[in-house]
Ligand binder design. Structure first.
Ligand code: 5RP
Length: 225
């Protein structure tokens, strides 16, 4: 079974957790794209009244195009549930996000949300996180100095670029530096260190954030709690 089929299975199952009148956070990425499609079908079929807060321009555009009402994070006082993808997650629900360069908005929405569900294909469930490069969003001003600090610290940094060789810009017009670490044995220590670095806006370590992980696999959908 290919990855997209597993992502789609997890995405479609996750919308069962949505209830009428919820304020819902919508993540970003290819798995979330499947989820938003399934959500739009439920909204239409059951005439659900939802308010959705999106974690990227891309997700907001998709939601709006499918008739899902979208509001800004600043205009809601809470979020009941956020459904998002992830790049890696371990058995303790510590994870890496930001493969789609949306981890700043994703973390803001996740930390506002009472409950967080991640939707992933089985290959993203790992023993130790870190094989997936850890994204770090940095402001362009002085980003070379931040890069040099990460290099000196032995964190194998690399500016993320497009296929055309341009630096990737986030929705906030910042750069992304990916850290090629192989494995992250002390995620809390690394998260604290990264958060202390001037110029770092946000990193992709999502620790103690998620409540449930919906995993798509060839055997079916498994819900980890
Ligand atoms: C975006 C993210 C995504 O949720 C993560 O990269 C997973 O993406 P996909 O569903 O395309 O595999 O964190 O910043």
């Amino acid at each position: 079974m290919d990855k997209n089929a597993m992502k789609k299975m997890a995405a479609e199952r996750s919308v069962d957790f949505v209830e009428d009148n919820m304020i819902l956070g919508l993540g970003t990425g290819s798995t979330v794209t499947f989820m938003v499609e399934a959500l739009a079908k439920r909204v239409k079929a059951e005439n659900l009244h939802l308010t959705c807060v999106c974690t990227s321009i891309r997700t907001a555009d998709q939601a709006k195009s499918l008739g899902i009402p979208v509001m800004a994070l600043n205009d809601v006082d809470h979020i009941d549930l956020t459904i998002d993808g992830a790049d890696e997650v371990d058995a303790n629900f510590q994870g890496i996000k930001g493969g789609g360069a949306a981890h700043l908005f994703e973390k803001l929405v996740a930390t506002t949300s009472t409950r967080n569900i991640w939707i992933v294909d089985r290959e993203k469930v790992v023993d130790t996180i870190g094989q997936f490069p850890l994204p770090v969003e940095v402001i362009p001003f002085g980003s070379q100095q931040v890069f040099d600090r990460l290099l000196k610290e032995g964190l194998n940094p690399e500016f993320r670029t497009t296929e055309a060789g341009q630096r990737v810009l986030t929705d906030s017009q910042n750069y992304v530096i990916d850290l090629h670490l192989g494995q992250i044995n002390h995620p809390h220590l690394l998260a604290t260190w990264l958060s202390e670095q001037v110029g770092v806006v946000e990193h992709g370590l999502f620790l103690d954030t998620v409540n449930q992980v919906v995993v798509g696999s060839p055997e079916g959908v498994e819900i980890l709690t």
